[in-house]
Design a protein around this ligand. Structure first.
Ligand code: SF4
Length: 261
């Protein structure tokens, strides 16, 4: 077999990406859901997320790179929307910007619902023609992008819908509870119109928007799914898995060994 040619820089770059994206070890072990995890069809994966089980050490670097590229795209789009004066940034009651655990300025709105044991941050809060919309950015392959474009009744991917709806319900509740009353850009706002999924075709960089409104039936289904996972957690049992998305699952090694933690 021919030996792999030594590279000037790209192998070192891959290694750096691999090394600097080690599984995050949570200091606070209290279980909690994160909105982006709710769309998985796999209850077991949601269990791992909820119970803060560290991800495998052998997540392929390609998977890490895909996440990295998504983050870069996300940050750039947020900058552009800010330039267009349609993006509302978050700041605390003293007018200070928040920082993420790496010390970087973090302008996304934090959301939390202690009764649902969930916390997260919303990609975008947009003011469009004096109405408030939330926004969520998703990158996509040409194949799934074209599928979304051809839909007669446009809808986000099924694995993305729960994340969007949970943002919508929790943000609306927090708005009603006065949690954002210090944000002057939200003064007088009582309602949120909906959430816009902005899909980005990562092959040709085309954009597609899919707005959605509240959907109580779907929201109840999400809450039921969360309650199911919580019940498994309380009984210290692993829920069943699915065969979908296993190749890119960051808990794959633990899952095949039926590990609980
Ligand atoms: S490897 Fe597959 S079955 Fe196991 S947790 Fe991940 S997605 Fe679920």
């Amino acid at each position: 077999m021919a030996s792999k040619k030594k590279t000037l820089i790209v192998d070192a770059l891959d290694k750096h990406i691999d090394d600097s994206n080690k599984p995050y070890i949570h200091k606070n072990k209290e279980p909690r859901f994160i909105p982006s995890g709710l769309g998985t069809p796999c209850l077991r994966k949601l269990f791992y997320i909820y119970s803060k089980v560290p991800q495998d050490n052998d997540v392929p670097v390609m998977v890490k790179k895909a996440g990295l590229v998504g983050n870069v795209y996300h940050d750039k789009l947020a900058d552009l929307l800010r330039e267009m004066n349609v993006l509302i940034d978050y700041y605390d009651e003293d007018g200070n910007q928040l920082k993420d655990p790496n010390g970087n300025i973090d302008l996304e709105f934090p959301i939390k619902a202690p009764d649902l044991k969930i916390k997260g941050k919303i990609d975008l809060v947009l003011k469009l023609k004096d109405k408030i919309w939330l926004g969520e950015m998703k990158s996509s392959t040409t194949k799934s992008f074209e599928y979304l474009k051809r839909m007669k009744k446009p809808a986000p991917k099924s694995q993305h819908l729960p994340q969007g709806l949970i943002y919508l319900y929790i943000f609306t509740q927090m708005l009603k509870d006065g949690e954002f009353k210090h944000i002057k850009e939200l003064e007088g706002i009582k309602e949120v119109e909906g959430i816009i999924f902005i899909y980005i075709n990562k092959d040709n960089h085309e954009f597609l928007e899919i707005p959605i409104k509240r959907n109580d039936k779907e929201f109840i289904k999400i809450v039921q799914k969360m309650k199911t996972v919580e019940a498994y957690y309380e009984q210290k049992q692993l829920p069943p898995g699915t065969s979908d998305f296993c190749n890119s699952c960051p808990w794959h090694s633990k899952c095949v060994k039926n590990k609980l933690s």
